[in-house]
Design a binder for this molecule. Structure first.
Ligand code: FE
Length: 235
């Protein structure tokens, strides 16, 4: 068996959210799909360990925010790598409360769906929730993000259109001269590249890892600086 064939399946990238006891939570999911047209039903597959799973089971509602290709690693990191048990993910994002009372993330969202759970299926590590579509809306213009785009274009890379972008070849030269090592987060795999810095957190391009303030945290998963280790250059 060649499991690499599985990588050829296409997916999108979504934030699936729900509610429980007046609290909100959401998470990144790539397994969201329309099951039937009439009536419109939506399937989402959620890991049983996740807080969103608990919320959906309890409230029997969920929303889906369809992310655009403009979505930043910051929001993907917040909803994808942080746990709602540790952090209020909705504190600093734009959202609204839908008909179901569950939150809908609006940041970098091209469209949203609201569903009421009508059935579910045990899928081992996950539960496949099936929901009747109660409402749907287009939010912003833009291209929906695909999983492929997320991996190949977005992950750990600066877009070519960004002012901080440096050609790979040039980067290696600069690093060699300046002896600035890259550091990798041992929790989520994020790589801090001194040439790029972390402008969202006020770390300018050209800042060596050693000079980043101690209270800086991984922009993806939120762990502290001491969870990073030197990332050796592959030759
Ligand atoms: Fe991390």
């Amino acid at each position: 068996m060649n499991k690499k064939a599985l990588w050829k399946i296409s997916y999108g990238l979504y934030i699936v959210s729900s509610k429980k006891d007046g609290k909100y939570n959401g998470q990144i999911a790539n397994t969201v799909f329309q099951l039937t047209a009439e009536p419109p039903t939506i399937g989402v597959c959620i890991n049983k360990n996740n807080l969103t799973h608990e919320y959906i089971q309890e409230s029997k509602v969920f929303t889906v925010s369809i992310l655009s290709t403009q979505a930043t690693m910051k929001i993907i990191g917040l909803f994808g790598f942080r746990c709602g048990r540790d952090v209020d993910k909705f504190k600093d994002v734009e959202y609204k409360i839908g008909k179901t009372g569950a939150p809908i993330v609006l940041d970098h969202t091209v469209g949203c769906l609201e569903c009421e759970v009508t059935g579910s299926m045990d899928a081992g590590t996950h539960t496949l929730f099936i929901g009747k579509l109660l409402d749907a809306e287009t939010i912003k213009d833009g291209e929906p993000m695909t999983y492929e785009f997320y991996h190949s274009v977005l992950k750990g890379k600066t877009p070519k259109t960004a002012p901080t972008y440096i050609e790979e070849g040039d980067k290696k030269e600069v690093r060699k001269e300046a002896r600035m090592a890259r550091y990798k987060c041992t929790v989520c795999g994020y790589i801090y590249d001194p040439e790029e810095g972390d402008p969202d957190s006020g770390i300018n391009p050209g800042t060596p890892f050693e000079e980043i303030p101690e209270d800086w945290v991984c922009p993806l998963c939120g762990v502290s600086k001491d969870m990073f280790e030197k990332f050796e250059e592959e030759q």
